[in-house]
Design a protein around this ligand. Structure first.
Ligand SMILES: NC(=O)c1ccc[n+]([C@@H]2O[C@H](COP(=O)([O-])OP(=O)(O)OC[C@H]3O[C@@H](n4cnc5c(N)ncnc54)[C@H](OP(=O)(O)O)[C@@H]3O)[C@@H](O)[C@H]2O)c1
Length: 218
């Protein structure tokens, strides 16, 4: 399977690319900073430079040619302001989904966040509100497309080692945290289970082995 990962130098993305390479799949990490290419290649993935706030859908569609699936793992990240929540967390996600449609790549897994899907709480910090608004809009955009999409909303991300044990279910899942390594394992498993298409799933640490939890969804 050839899997294009948008935001290919992100923390989850690098873990996912390594998992995909280890099981014999070909990952392609889209990065905006050429200096990140070596880290992506070190996982066993290909690195392709593509700034998702500057590229056109046609140009991205060309990069997706021959892929079997797309994972949106980019994000404006901590320290960014409201405009980049919109240009990356919404805009780049919509760009990738549109490019996937143009390229005829049906399988699309999007990393969203718990808290998306409803308006930000009144009185929320302005940047947090922009982030939740952007993720909610990206989800709505993806649901409107003729793609085999799956939306994953992790809880608070940690850099703890993988536990292999998760809680994955349709909303609402009680708030919690989850290691990025477990999120990567869930995404790798979702790519193999097309029966999870058209589902929005919330994800925290839990008791279920990843493979069983993903099989249980479809
Ligand atoms: N933090 C949390 O607790 C939490 C909870 C739930 C969900 N999430 C979501 O989970 C996702 C992944 O998290 P993570 O920690 O793995 O993210 P991360 O390490 O911050 O990685 C995000 C990646 O997106 C890339 N990116 C930003 N703008 C780009 C652009 N214009 N073109 C191409 N790539 C671009 C960044 O590249 P640069 O290094 O070049 O900026 C970075 O490599 C994000 O969407 C985040 O919102 C986070």
């Amino acid at each position: 399977m050839r899997v294009v990962v948008a935001g290919g130098h992100g923390k989850i993305a690098l873990l996912l690319e390594r998992l995909l390479a280890e099981r014999g799949d070909q990952a392609v990490g889209l990065i905006r900073n050429p200096a990140h290419a070596a880290d992506v290649r070190e996982t066993g993935a290909e690195a392709v430079v593509c700034d998702l706030e500057a590229a056109s859908a046609d140009a991205v569609a060309v990069l997706l040619s021959g892929a079997d699936a797309v994972v949106f793992a980019a994000g404006a990240g901590p320290g960014s302001g409201a405009p980049r929540k919109d240009s990356v967390d919404r805009g780049a996600a919509a760009l990738m989904a549109g490019a996937a449609e143009r390229a005829g790549i049906r399988r699309f897994v999007q990393i969203s966040t718990m808290g998306a899907g409803r308006p930000p709480q009144s009185g929320a910090d302005e940047v947090w509100a922009a982030y939740i608004t952007a993720k909610t809009a990206a989800e709505a955009d993806l649901r409107s497309r003729d793609l085999d999409w799956t939306i994953v909303r992790p809880g608070g991300l940690t850099d703890a080692p993988a536990t292999g044990r998760i809680r994955l279910a349709a909303p609402p899942v009680p708030r919690g945290t989850v290691p990025r390594a477990d999120v990567a394992a869930v995404i790798a498993a979702l790519l193999d289970v097309p029966g999870t298409r058209h589902k929005t799933l919330e994800l925290t640490s839990g008791d279920s082995p990843v493979a069983a939890a993903v099989r249980g969804i479809s």
